[in-house]
Design a protein around this ligand. Structure first.
Ligand code: DOR
Ligand code: ZN
Length: 343
């Protein structure tokens, strides 16, 4: 196959940051995707409908001229999110989900949830009003090995959460393990998952063999090859519970190449191309459209996009650096040549 035309996709998990650095990255996403779920983990997290509206306006102002890209906003769940704020968010019409970061789990997660029990009123309101919960599914207790944090989260947090709130719609974000694939597959239709390009294309060797590769470090961290294979199988299965979410997460080069480097991989410059490479490896390019363009919209109860776009078998050279405000970032597959490109 040398060309692939599909309905325009959406990115159901994206970080664009704010202000001048946002202006450097937003165009990459707007070029490919019709819409994206915008993560709320700014330095000052987006915890209210009013803050989300202001953030949405800043995103719209940063877009290239004539772009029809739509940011789908989210709220950042805290121990103190009131049920009334959930109702207000739902009524706003532009907030599509609420994000759970266990406190300390990742970048800008310090204001996250310390104990799910403290969020019961907010969760009940989300369940009642049909506002999905997006979950960063990792426990943070220091005694739990970082490679086991997703599996332990399922057992200790997610299973009881679903028992308490059977009608809550949940997206288990950026899943990384066989355990998560199995859990989502066996759950009811209120539970879905996003999968990133890095977890489909790489295993943990890409981070640790031949030296430390900080630009392949993200959270949840890359896992062993058997997990990657399970994720690729799920993504290409045609099961609508699994859909595209890049988790493209830009950080300045200096902040990644540091004695304590930040978690996050920037993939927005060639997101769809990365997924095409993964799906081609599994001989499943015919399954890309459902994963990238249909299942996420269906889960969120939004119309599917109507425009189309075409990927072609042509060389795409990835730059070694991309400007990022007054600094630079190192993009996923920096300096390499891909065999697919958006026409
Ligand atoms: O690698 C990650 N980067 N994982 C996250 O959960 C957050 C993200 C970020 O905001 O940089
Ligand atoms: Zn993320």
């Amino acid at each position: 196959m040398n060309q692939l035309t599909i309905t325009q996709p959406d990115d159901w998990h994206l970080h664009v940051r704010d202000n001048d650095v946002m202006a450097s990255v937003i165009g990459f996403t707007a070029r490919q995707f019709g819409r994206a779920i915008i993560m709320p983990n700014l330095k000052t997290p987006v915890t209210t409908t009013a803050e989300a509206l202001a953030y949405k306006d800043r995103i719209l102002s940063a877009l290239p001229e004539n772009s029809s890209f739509q940011p789908l906003m989210t709220l950042y769940l805290t121990d103190n999110t009131p049920a009334e704020e959930i109702k207000k968010a739902k009524d706003s019409g532009f907030i599509h989900a609420v994000k759970l970061y266990p406190a300390g789990a990742t970048t800008n997660a310090d204001s996250g949830v310390t104990d799910l029990k403290k969020t019961e009123a907010a969760l009940a309101a989300m369940e009642q009003h049909g506002l999905p919960l997006l979950v960063h599914g990792e426990v943070t207790h220091p005694s739990i090995d970082i490679f086991d944090r997703e599996k332990v989260f399922i057992d200790q947090q997610l299973v009881p959460l679903i028992e308490r709130h059977p009608n809550l719609r949940i997206v288990f974000e950026h899943i990384t393990t066989t355990d998560a694939v199995q859990f989502v597959t066996e759950s009811n239709n209120n539970i879905a998952a996003t999968i990133t390009p890095q977890h489909l294309l790489l295993n943990r060797n890409a981070m640790l063999v031949g030296g430390i590769h900080p630009h392949n470090y993200c959270l949840p961290v890359l896992k062993r090859e058997t997990h990657r294979e399970a994720l690729l199988k799920a993504a290409t299965s045609g099961n609508p519970k699994f859909f595209l979410g890049t988790d493209s997460a830009p950080h300045a080069k200096n902040d990644k190449e540091s004695s304590c480097g930040c978690a996050g991989i920037f993939s927005a410059h060639a997101a769809l191309e990365f997924y095409a490479i993964a799906f081609e490896q599994a001989d499943a390019l015919d399954k890309l459209e459902g994963f990238a363009s249909f299942y996420g919209a269906d889960f969120y109860g939004l119309p599917r996009n109507t425009q189309q776009l075409t990927l072609s078998k042509t060389r795409l050279e990835i730059p070694t650096e991309i400007s990022f405000g007054n600094q630079t970032l190192v993009p996923f597959f920096a300096g390499e040549t891909l065999q697919w490109a958006l026409s």
